[in-house]
Design a protein around this ligand. Structure first.
Ligand code: NAD
Length: 286
């Protein structure tokens, strides 16, 4: 028993909508909050699309009404206090801008019940950069999902030195209850496990191709054939979309910036952004 039955999700974008839907799908009541009613109306469409995606992807039970039931467990609010009024857990998935997250935690800390646990889904920021703004550092930690939660179902749980171990354990258990494989991270690490491995891996692949050592498809061939991995780095690039790795590289050192220019000139400027645009390192049929 975690004591977590009611969940609120802040932000209804790519990840927030997936987290909220997956949580509702698992039987929890979920309130979703975003900055205005117009965005919340779009969120309704996003949830309807997710219900269809779950059915098409063959998620267990989705075609037997479970996806529709999940839609009925989602409540919408553009009033922060109302959204979190009885929440046991708030999962924050607002844009990756530190100042915006800090200001949001300040407002949230003032209106949420004392019992409420706060979790950030931030990919690149550390929870210790936000904890002072929550007013409850013992009840604050990171809960990091991967894009397409119904398929890539890891949930990395990472506290700060202030996080109460009982809170950490409750969130690990909750992550399991919503169908994730919880991954406890024992101390703060930028990038968690996933991005600590993935970012250097993708950078190494980019160096090989941008340096003219081997074509992207052959880099992928080596990786798949020699290790048995299902996907090569450039196939992974296409799934993530080229913009995010480009943004990470362009904020790096001079060498990384050179790799960013290669990605931009050869792919991004030509509209080759990955699976979502129909072409990246590979072409995709609709
Ligand atoms: P997104 O831009 O798709 O969605 C952000 C949402 O937050 C939008 O609906 C926006 O209207 C809303 N928002 C903006 N300001 C807000 C505020 N003050 N309060 C409440 N909502 C507000 O972003 P995303 O890709 O879903 O990313 C959200 C978070 O999830 C980020 O911290 C990101 O690092 C993390 N994340 C993203 C991915 C990914 O693949 N996209 C994967 C893992 C984690």
């Amino acid at each position: 028993m975690t004591g977590i039955t009611k969940v609120a999700v802040l932000g209804t974008g790519v990840l927030g909508s997936q987290i909220a839907f997956q949580t509702a799908y698992s039987g929890f009541d979920v309130a979703v909050y975003d900055i205005n009613d117009e965005i919340l109306a779009k969120a309704k469409d996003r949830f309807a699309d997710l219900a269809e995606t779950y059915k098409k992807s063959g998620v267990v039970g989705a075609a037997d009404g479970k996806a529709m039931d999940a839609l009925g467990r989602i409540r919408y609010s553009s009033d922060l206090a109302d959204a979190v009024t009885d929440a046991d857990l708030v999962i924050e998935a607002i844009p990756e801008v530190l100042k915006l997250k800090q200001a949001t935690y300040e407002k949230l800390g003032a209106v949420a019940p004392e019992k409420t646990i706060f979790a950030t889904n931030s990919s690149t920021l550390l929870p210790s950069e936000m904890k002072a703004f929550t007013g409850r550092p013992q009840k604050f930690l990171a809960l990091h999902f991967a894009n397409q939660v119904w398929k890539f179902n890891t949930a990395e749980v990472m506290g700060t030195t202030d996080t109460d171990p009982a809170v950490f354990d409750a969130v690990v258990t909750f992550a399991g209850e919503i169908g994730m494989v919880p991954i406890p991270i024992h101390k703060e690490k930028a990038g968690y496990v996933l991005n600590s491995l993935l970012v250097p891996f993708l950078n190494a692949a980019t160096e090989l191709a941008a340096g003219g050592y081997a074509d992207p498809k052959d880099v992928d061939n080596v990786w798949r054939i020699a290790t048995g991995a299902p996907l090569g780095p450039f196939q992974i690039y296409d799934i993530i979309g080229l913009n995010t790795p480009y943004n990470i590289l362009s904020h790096g050192d001079a060498h990384a910036q050179g790799l960013a220019v290669w990605l931009k000139e050869n792919y991004i400027d030509k509209g080759k952004l990955g699976v979502a645009s129909g072409e990246g390192f590979y072409t995709y049929s609709k």
